[in-house]
Design a binder for this molecule. Structure first.
Ligand SMILES: Cc1cc2nc3c(=O)[nH]c(=O)nc-3n(C[C@H](O)[C@H](O)[C@H](O)COP(=O)(O)O)c2cc1C
Length: 212
């Protein structure tokens, strides 16, 4: 089993990074392989909105994109993985542009049938709910703002997962990150670790469930 982590913070030793790495440690302790994508270290260009990737070549697993960057190679690994951990700080009430830019490029994993009634593309590689994802969001607002701050972030990270048929296992919001006491942060690190373990268990459980 392989779980991929996606870091949407530009800070490579910040709170998100620490929590995400801890969650990946949990994944490894449960016997799965991991790979961390620190998105800031990749060249991921803005989607130009040509729609070519999702309107053509229904036979391809990844739609063709004319942009020459790292997105296609990340998506190659994405479709082979069994689960995902997404982590982003809240920036202006939402995920970072860095994370959003990557998520938008996942549109290449979809295909839209011509004259579709709903206008909704479908996944080229549906997971049939055998894959799972968990989310980590950090913010400087206190935990009582976890819903207005975390909610839009989770929804953004989950939008494509709905099409991909990947369910969320866990969501973790860590607030007050600039002032949080060490002990409280360590407690959250432990929750992140447990999230990693649970993600592996949830994927195993889903794999052992018969498809309807
Ligand atoms: C441009 C910017 C916008 C921010 N907007 C918010 C916000 O809307 N709500 C919030 O709770 N924190 C906000 N913050 C604080 C960050 O969420 C916080 O510093 C971050 O979680 C730290 O994550 P990191 O250590 O992984 O970089 C903002 C920070 C920056 C730099």
């Amino acid at each position: 089993m392989k779980i991929l982590g996606f870091l949407g913070s530009p800070r490579l030793n910040g709170n998100c990074s620490k929590l995400l790495r801890k969650a990946l440690d949990g994944v490894e302790s449960a016997g799965a392989e991991t790979k961390l994508f620190e998105l800031i270290n990749y060249n991921i260009m803005d989607c130009r909105g040509c729609s070519n990737c999702f309107l053509n070549n229904p036979d391809l697993l990844i739609g063709e994109c004319s942009l020459e960057d790292d997105a296609a190679s990340i998506l190659e690994e994405y479709i082979k993985a069994d689960g995902y951990l997404f982590a982003s700080p809240v920036y202006d009430g939402y995920i970072t542009a860095l994370m959003k830019r990557f998520l938008e490029r996942k549109i290449a994993l979809t295909y839209r049938v011509p004259d579709s009634d709903t206008g909704l593309p479908f996944s080229r590689v549906p997971a049939n709910f055998k894959k799972k994802a968990s989310m980590i969001v950090t913010g400087n607002c206190s935990d009582e703002f976890s819903e207005p701050m975390g909610g839009p972030c989770y929804e953004a990270m989950e939008a494509h997962l709905m099409l991909e048929q990947v369910d969320t296992a866990d969501r973790l919001f860590v607030g007050s990150v600039e002032t949080i006491k060490e002990e409280a942060f360590l407690e959250r690190m432990n929750i992140a670790y447990q999230m990693g373990i649970r993600l592996v268990k949830e994927v195993e459980k889903a794999r052992n469930t018969k498809s309807s």
